[in-house]
Design a protein around this ligand. Structure first.
Ligand code: ATP
Ligand code: LTN
Length: 326
């Protein structure tokens, strides 16, 4: 069986961007692949996190994975900081990465604009840690949103560079990016991606938002003054709602446009809210139950760490040997 690796940062409340862009694809792929789904807490501390909240968000992220339908018996679910090899391989790969490669990363450029002078070096080297995550597990496929494409290219380049210097070591991973859900947009500025760390709460929908909040946020989402429903880059807000619709029902975007032919924006918003509430409410109930059963979650992440260590220690040993470490 081929391997999958993917992860989400427990840096806040998971959004429907994380759900449609990542988790839903994981669920689709889990029966055909040997999957490692990680909670990337080491990545989350590239920006300041409050310890109590971080602890809570790590567990909540695990609960969301399981509640969404990822089977902990079939897949390896684990917490990144429980497997020290990630940090260790990350240092080694740091020494094979050029300054120019990391400076070019869009996510770094965007986040550094926000942080100004106090930007951490971790935010700069973040994609190298991500490459280490992926390359440790002989990963074939990495299901992510389209914002991660550039990071994945770096992982491929580093793997190829290392292989060329020392002989075949790493597998070259491929991205898996779906068409309609790869970039769920910000509800207030539909030209930007929806992000859990946005300061405007109305710009995103959390997986755990309740019914009233979902309706309110969707009804206030920014549209345009054109007045008819089309799937077009001139109507980014509407296009985003159609993409969300399609991510839930699996319907083609053309069919959705046809369905709303003589209807207004209010109708589309109402239908998208209904679909979202329906999709998320079962997950929310299960997350609540799981968060009340911390012993169960602990068992999952401990077993997961054991399996992840077992699956990755050989790769690090091989890398160290090839480099010339004793
Ligand atoms: P942060 O705001 O803290 O940087 P984020 O919300 O962008 O976080 P990540 O943890 O960086 O989320 O992303 C986890 C996964 O979710 C990645 O595969 C990423 O591509 C995907 N993802 C995040 N936001 C979106 C989005 N708006 N649309 C589609 N996929 C997304
Ligand atoms: N950088 C990713 C999260 C992440 C990841 C990974 C995704 C860290 N390591 C390995 C896929 C594979 C992000 O979404 N910001």
């Amino acid at each position: 069986m081929k391997n999958i690796f993917s992860g989400i940062q427990p840096s806040g409340d998971l959004t429907i961007g994380n759900y449609f862009g990542a988790i839903k694809n994981w669920i689709k792929l889990q029966s055909e692949y040997n999957c490692f789904f990680c909670i990337v807490d080491l990545h989350a501390i590239t920006v300041r996190q409050e310890p109590k909240r971080l602890r809570e968000k790590i567990l909540e992220t695990l609960a969301i994975y399981i509640a969404s339908g990822i089977d902990p018996n079939k897949n390896t679910l684990f917490i990144q900081s429980h497997v020290p090899f990630h940090s260790e391989l990350s240092w080694i790969l740091n020494c094979f990465t050029y300054m120019g490669e990391t400076s070019r990363m869009t996510q770094y450029k965007e986040k550094s604009l926000k942080s100004g002078e106090s930007i951490s070096v971790g935010l700069f080297t973040y994609p190298i840690l991500m490459a280490a995550d992926i390359l440790l597990y002989n990963t074939d496929l990495v299901p992510v949103g389209s914002d991660q494409k550039q990071h994945l290219e770096l992982a491929r380049d580093l793997a190829e560079r290392f292989n060329n210097i020392y002989s075949d070591t790493f597998k070259i991973p491929d991205p898996y990016i779906s068409s309609t859900s790869s970039r769920i947009m910000n509800l207030q500025s539909p030209d930007k991606k929806m992000s859990k760390s946005d300061e405007n709460e109305n710009s995103y929908i959390k997986i755990l938002d309740d019914e009233n909040i979902i309706r309110k946020k969707i009804s206030r989402s920014v549209t345009d003054s054109i007045g008819s429903i089309n799937y077009s880059d001139d109507q980014l807000g509407i296009k985003n709602l159609i993409n969300i619709f399609s991510s839930i029902t699996g319907e083609d975007t053309y069919d959705i446009v046809a369905r709303f032919k003589n209807k207004g924006y209010g109708d589309l918003k109402n239908e998208v809210s209904n679909l979202l509430i329906d999709e998320l409410s079962t997950i929310q109930k299960r997350v609540k139950e799981l968060m009340d059963n911390k012993d169960y979650l602990e068992k999952i992440y401990k077993d997961g760490a054991e399996k992840a260590i077992e699956a990755s220690y050989r790769m690090l040993r091989k890398v160290k040997k090839k480099i010339g470490f004793i």
